[in-house]
Design a binder for this molecule. Structure first.
Ligand code: NAD
Ligand code: UDP
Length: 337
């Protein structure tokens, strides 16, 4: 019996991936320090899957704690979600971001190498395309980081590519996520942001549930069909399935590769707000405000490589996204608390 180890397994994307892996018949270990999550998500994942998983509290910067996992369990592959992800915070605390995101990955790879485990899926981000103006964006789009968070993702990608070049027995899939949204259809697990949400969807759901009075839409004068910003929103269940596909790909021994995980569809802020209100029969009060500094008008994936190589593509619709987002929020107005 071998295991898939998820660092950051109790977080938003990690918990949905844990569920997908358990349902695909895998044995799963979550290794998480719970700095931005709660073990309650894992309890619910086990309940949904009808199967248990190994849950370890630990920090990816703690090599001994990581080594203890590999000593105790036969691990065949690692999906590395653990990290810090708030762009604004990364500009205030860059050393913490580099230490955790870059340093944590290096530590993890050192321990993996020590135990001869060389299959890794890494959570990168479409932010590595900077403010690229020419969506749809293929993986060949020039990369550039706009802030320490983005830089930490890009630096980690370089570290991983160099590692695989130095030792071809490593198999590494870098997944560049576009905008993860939604929640498991059960409404039992979902995104549980701390404090005021930075991202659009959790902000909308918190307005709908009455925790915030109105949504501010950042910019109404972009050169898009309705003037609001266009993004590629990917349902987290589709994203989780992308990790299952990437792990299958790695098991064939494919070296280093990079994949966009997105729908390929650009949706505007107003598309999301309007559909959210219509499908869930709710009011979402909003007002237009100034553009948010650093935002681009249109940003969406060319996901054709993931389709061709991983045999993966998104299945969920915008209606699924807005329904499942609301289902999670209304069942759990205070998240996992
Ligand atoms: P999340 O914060 O919900 O999950 C990350 C998990 O890692 C949390 O459970 C947290 O407790 C854990 N963690 C943080 N530091 C740790 C450490 N030092 N040791 C052990 N565990 C630690 O975030 P998420 O949205 O699930 O994102 C997962 C990954 O995907 C992150 O690497 C993130 O940068 C990347 N990503 C996320 C998005 C997004 O919009 N959600 C987009 C692109 C990329
Ligand atoms: N957005 C908005 N109001 C908010 C949060 C986001 O209008 O409170 C817009 C933002 O300008 C962008 C889109 O929604 O056009 C997605 O923003 P998010 O922060 O979720 O993702 P990212 O900017 O990283 O793509």
């Amino acid at each position: 019996m071998s295991y898939v180890l998820l660092t950051g397994g109790s977080g938003y994307i990690g918990s949905h991936t844990a569920l997908a892996l358990l349902r695909a018949g895998e044995q799963v270990i979550s290794f998480d320090n719970y700095s931005n999550s709660s073990p309650e998500s894992l309890r619910r994942v086990e309940q949904l899957a009808g199967k248990s998983m190994v849950q370890i509290k630990g920090d990816v910067l703690d090599a001994d704690a990581l080594a203890a996992v590999f000593k105790q369990y036969p691990v065949k592959a690692v999906v590395h979600f653990a990290g810090l992800k708030a762009v604004g915070e990364s500009t205030q605390k860059p050393l913490w971001y580099y230490e955790t995101n870059v340093g944590g990955t290096i530590k993890l790879c050192q321990v993996m190498a020590e135990f001869g485990v060389k299959n890794l899926v890494f959570s990168s981000s479409a932010t590595v395309y900077g403010n690229a103006q020419n969506s749809p964006l293929p993986e060949t789009t020039p990369t550039v980081a706009m802030n320490p968070y983005g830089q930490s993702k890009l630096m980690t990608e370089w570290v991983l590519q160099d590692l695989q070049r130095s030792d071809s027995s490593w198999n590494i899939a870098v997944l560049r996520y576009f905008n993860p949204v939604g929640a498991d259809a059960s409404g039992c697990i979902g995104e549980d942001p701390n404090g005021i949400p930075n991202n659009l969807m959790p902000f909308i759901t918190q307005v709908a549930v009455g925790k915030r009075s109105e949504l501010q839409i950042f910019g109404s004068d972009y050169p898009t069909a309705d003037g609001t910003g266009v993004r590629d929103y990917i349902h987290v269940t589709d994203l989780a399935a992308g990790h299952v596909a990437a792990l299958q790909h790695l098991s064939k021994g494919e070296g280093f590769d990079v994949f966009n995980l997105g729908s390929g569809l650009g949706l505007s802020v107003l598309d999301i707000v309007t559909r959210f209100a219509a499908v869930n029969q709710l009011e979402v009060p909003y007002q237009f405000v100034e553009r948010r500094p650093g935002d681009v008008a249109r940003y969406f994936a060319d996901p054709s490589k993931a389709k061709a190589v991983l045999n993966w593509q998104t299945e969920k619709t915008l209606d699924d996204i807005v329904r499942d987002s609301w289902n999670w929020q209304k069942n759990n107005p205070n998240g996992y608390n």
